[in-house]
Write a protein that binds this ligand. Structure first.
Ligand SMILES: [Zn+2]
Length: 200
């Protein structure tokens, strides 16, 4: 909740000034959602533009965050933020709609399972992914390990439609910044020690 609302409030903070009529009295306004008449400070927006009170707006933001689309929207914004930190002069990103389409494509292949695994012929070995939002204000709270995480196949590259994969949080943290070459080295060392006989 905190994080989601934080973003929303940041955007609106600049316009959060009390509305006053000519006599300098604070004006009251009826919320078109809940129908309650509330003072201007009960609204995020400026003057008459905002028609929903803070309580109703917060409820709407929270409800959206709990949907799959809301979850993906948060992931999308995190992704853009991470990319712009690393690659300040980077080109345009793909849109949220394109991101959604990429996830739909993922689902058409794996369903609500991770891309991490041996492939569609052994889909049962791909672990399920979740999109659970907890609104825990404690930032150090344990993450939900099965939650969807957007990972890059090439960790030094940007988030592009070619580079992203949809996996689980626990798989992503296990894999971290492992590169293609890391994997080749890992396989080579493994085979030197154990051979390939006991591999399934
Ligand atoms: Zn309201």
């Amino acid at each position: 909740m905190q994080t989601v609302l934080g973003c929303f409030q940041e955007r609106l903070a600049y316009s959060e000034e009390p509305m006053e009529d000519l006599a300098g009295k604070k004006m009251k306004k009826k919320c078109t959602k809940c129908g309650e008449v509330k003072s201007s400070t009960a609204y995020y927006g400026k003057k008459t533009k905002e028609t929903h009170c803070k309580t109703c707006t917060n409820a709407r933001v929270k409800k959206y965050a709990l949907t799959e689309r809301g979850y993906l929207n948060k992931k999308y914004r995190d992704m853009i933020r991470k990319d712009s930190k690393k690659h300040s002069a980077s080109g345009r990103h793909f849109t949220f709609e394109e991101f959604l389409a990429a996830f739909e494509k993922h689902k058409s292949i794996y369903g609500m399972r991770s891309a991490w695994g041996p492939g569609v012929d052994n889909i049962e070995q791909h672990l399920p992914i979740t999109t659970i939002v907890t609104f825990d204000p404690d930032k150090k709270a344990k993450r939900i390990s099965s939650n969807l995480s957007v990972d890059r196949l090439n960790p030094s590259g940007e988030y592009t439609l070619q580079n992203i994969i949809f996996i689980r949080g626990d798989e992503n943290s296990r894999k971290k910044d492992t590169t293609y070459n890391d994997c080749l080295i890992h396989i080579k060392l493994y085979e030197e020690r154990y051979g390939t006989d006991d591999l399934e």
